[in-house]
Design a protein around this ligand. Structure first.
Ligand code: 1HN
Length: 342
């Protein structure tokens, strides 16, 4: 709001003069503090994206690409690689026999396996074979490399908090001297030691990332099966479980909360919104997601994004399972998190 007329006045000359000194009067700003962002709801159909991933395999080798990833960019954030202001999402494809060389970076990463058997990711000295529906943790600054030992293409969703690292000017990255990092932990160690409701006496959590590096889908499904039998669905989220860091009970990353939810056939959810930006990947089932003023038909392996403070709701034509991650962990740590249900 202009406090007084600007043209050819002392006030106008004041505003011009202070602007030249890189000073801006707060009372002149438009917008101000309000929830939400300029990001828009967006949806990627796997049936449309998959052929482009396969095409990328013909056109660019894994070696050339380092990671063969198609970034899902919010239409308002073209050129940034970001799916929303706070999160990255990409679909990565790895063909039989390929490897993706080892590196590490300050952003935390998650993988949600979409399609294909026989791939592994090595994280922090442990080799983790991956199956569709598994959720893999790559903590900040942990070495990681991938390989496909199978006979078919493998696709996963990469979720990262790169916008946080960029925002803070703290996005470091380093290549490993070898394409494959040395494997110095036995297979299955992280889950068989830390994923049993027990913690080694000497373990000191930094409170950030989960010591469990893989949350296999068969366990997630069993937990959802039991939850489905035990009680009623939440009116907006259906049956939803969040992946927990067993050492803290909180989120598996300092920035990102991660969940799997099941919507029973015929479910028609209440409208919900939160300050979190959330990325969803359809693991199973078909239905509709209403996000703000957009309605998306959703099918297996589709990905969609709900911007902050934008109301959304789900309808399930068949039983649906939705994997999701959001910036909730970061917002909770900062005291920003709010949610609302209709
Ligand atoms: C990365 O390191 C991977 O390791 C995937 O597979 C996607 C997006 C941005 C920055 C680093 C990977 C990434 C990434």
């Amino acid at each position: 709001m202009a406090v007084t007329s600007r043209a050819n006045s002392d006030y106008g000359r004041f505003v011009d003069e202070v602007k030249d000194m890189s000073l801006f009067p707060l009372w002149e700003r438009t917008g101000g503090l309000k929830p939400g962002s300029s990001c828009v709801p967006a949806h990627w159909s796997y049936a449309e994206v998959r052929p482009q991933l396969l095409r990328a395999c013909d056109l660019i080798s894994k070696k050339e690409a380092e990671r063969r990833v198609l970034c899902l960019e919010n239409p308002t954030l073209r050129g940034t690689t970001f799916i929303c202001d706070s999160l990255f999402a990409g679909l990565q494809i790895i063909m039989p026999g390929e490897i993706a060389a080892s590196h590490r970076h300050t952003p935390s990463a998650l993988r949600f396996i979409v399609e294909g058997e026989g791939a592994y990711t090595a994280v922090a000295g442990e080799k983790l074979p991956m199956q569709p529906g598994d959720f893999v943790v790559t903590p900040a600054w942990a070495w990681h490399d991938h390989g496909n030992l199978g006979t078919a293409p493998v696709v996963w969703l990469d979720g990262l908090d790169t916008p946080f690292a960029r925002f803070f000017g703290a996005a470091f990255r380093e290549e490993h001297a070898d394409d494959k990092q040395p494997i110095d932990r036995p297979d299955g160690e992280s889950i068989s030691v830390y994923g049993m409701n027990m913690i080694p006496d000497e373990y000191q959590s930094d409170g950030h990332s989960s010591p469990v590096l893989i949350y296999p889908y068969d366990r997630t499904r069993a937990a959802l099966d039991s939850m489905t039998k035990a009680g009623k669905p939440h009116p907006a989220h259906g049956y939803r479980l969040r992946y927990a860091n067993p050492a803290t009970g909180k989120h598996p990353f300092p920035t990102m909360a991660v969940s799997m939810q099941r919507l029973p056939k015929g479910f028609s959810g209440k409208t919900y919104r939160s300050t979190g930006s959330a990325v969803f990947a359809v693991h199973r089932g078909t239905g509709h997601a209403q996000i703000g003023d957009k309605t998306f038909a959703i099918a297996p392996h589709d990905v969609f994004v709900a911007p902050p403070w934008t109301p959304y709701s789900f309808k399930a034509d068949s039983e649906i399972e939705l994997f999701s991650y959001s910036d909730r962990a970061g917002q909770e740590a900062l005291g920003y998190w709010r949610e609302q249900i209709d």
